[in-house]
Design a protein around this ligand. Structure first.
Ligand code: ADP
Ligand code: MG
Length: 387
């Protein structure tokens, strides 16, 4: 059941026939909290999963009987009763299959603080999946479930980063004397210098790292008194699989999965800029702002795309308009207090649907005939050395 994403995405065919696919945008609405239920807070969001539509109903200020309604369509819409398991199986597991085929894939969670980004991306962490487990633990399970069942050789590496105030922290290194992480680029794409890449042999090991990284994040937060709502976290899993074809050729496929929990989108206007009052208060999240500008540039077909203006967009450059398959999970709250932010998120996410990427498989094929020739050559040289 390995189906290319491009087939499912029939509207994404560009006129030149290149296999471009749109960024997939899915929407998830969280349930009202206990407090919101107790306070009988009015709910203004209605999700229609079958129609892939979400409707926001707002009353007009000063005219209590008048209402405005807006409906948005996304690639998938998940109402507040959607379980973690269902969100994963219906929107994420096919993306992870593509990582195993050698594609690079990115999943972003975007939304206002308190709408469920971390719940969706991480949720409960435990080696045994619980009902509360989010996208990251489920993806780890799927990856190892697949790898354990194949005869080929493989390796899995993971890294875990946090980006705060344009500084990158490696959440997997322990100790005080930690090298600074730098983003560099080479022909193959983005390279992170000074980062810990742990080789993991089992899902148990990767869960230990995930837990360790998450607790480092919490500790750093308490020490610096900073809010998690202002930082971005990026969990990266790299899977390499070596296969030998029936003809005896060696194929190495490398897929990377980026799982991104973005900073809270409050203060970002409906057009993706930063609100004036947030600017005045010095509350500018450069990376989130640049992400908005990059999306605008891509959607409007501007010649210059400002990837280089922030760490986040440099790091994830390939996920936006590049060779990566990208999915954005936009999260919203159902209540009236959040309606303005909800409208911003819906507009922002809806615009991002127009970004096109051109995914490519990362595979290296070595012909055995070639290998045989090289071995022959090596043997010849050895003989010469001995002689
Ligand atoms: P964010 O990371 O966007 O700031 P959180 O993931 O921390 O938001 O969610 C805020 C609160 O709402 C948490 O207590 C979380 O458990 C709860 N929550 C969020 N989404 C859901 C959901 N889909 N179902 C149940 N509870 C949720
Ligand atoms: Mg969070």
């Amino acid at each position: 059941n390995n189906k290319p994403l491009s087939r499912a995405n029939s509207t994404a065919q560009p006129p030149n026939g290149l296999d471009a696919v749109n960024v997939q945008v899915i929407l998830r609405c969280r349930p009202p909290s206990k407090e919101e239920v107790a306070a009988r807070t009015p709910q203004v969001v209605r999700c229609d999963e079958a129609m892939k539509a979400v409707t926001l109903t707002q009353s007009v200020p000063g005219a209590s009987k008048q209402q405005t309604t807006r409906t948005y369509h996304f690639d998938k819409v998940f109402p507040s009763d959607t379980t973690q398991e269902r969100l994963y199986s219906s929107a994420v597991s096919s993306i992870v299959e593509e990582v195993l085929e050698g594609f690079n894939c990115t999943i972003f969670a975007y939304g206002q603080t308190g709408t469920g980004k971390t719940h969706t991306m991480t949720g409960d962490i435990a080696d045994e999946l619980s009902a509360g487990a989010g996208v990251i633990p489920r993806a780890i399970h799927q990856i190892f479930g697949y790898l354990d069942g194949i005869a080929s050789e493989y390796s899995v590496k993971c890294s875990y980063l946090e980006l705060y105030n344009e500084e990158i922290t490696d959440l997997l290194t322990i100790g005080a004397d930690v090298p600074k992480v730098r983003i560099m680029e080479d022909r193959s794409g983005v390279v992170l210098a000074g980062i810990e890449e742990s080789i993991v042999k089992s899902s148990k090991e990767i869960f230990a790292l995930l837990e360790q990284g998450s607790s480092k994040r919490r500790t750093a937060e308490t020490l610096l008194n900073k809010q998690s709502s202002r930082s971005h976290s990026v969990f990266i899993v790299t899977v390499s699989v070596r296969e030998v074809t029936p003809e005896g050729d060696e194929v190495i496929r490398v897929g990377k999965l980026y799982l991104v929990d973005l900073a809270g989108s409050e203060n970002i206007t409906r057009s993706g800029a930063v609100e004036q009052r947030a600017k005045e208060a010095g509350n500018i999240n450069k990376s989130l702002l640049t992400l908005g500008r990059v999306i605008t540039a891509l959607v409007e077909g501007q010649g210059h795309v400002p990837y280089r203006d922030s760490k986040l967009t440099r790091l994830l450059r390939d996920s936006l308009g590049g060779k990566t398959k990208t999915c954005i999970i936009a999260t919203i709250a159902p209540t009236v207090q959040c309606q303005e932010e909800t409208l911003s998120t819906l507009d922002y996410a809806h615009r991002a649907k127009n970004i096109k990427n051109k995914p490519e498989v990362n595979a290296k094929i070595s012909k055995t005939t070639h290998l045989k020739e090289m071995n022959f050559e090596i043997e010849k040289l050895k003989q010469m050395l001995i002689a």
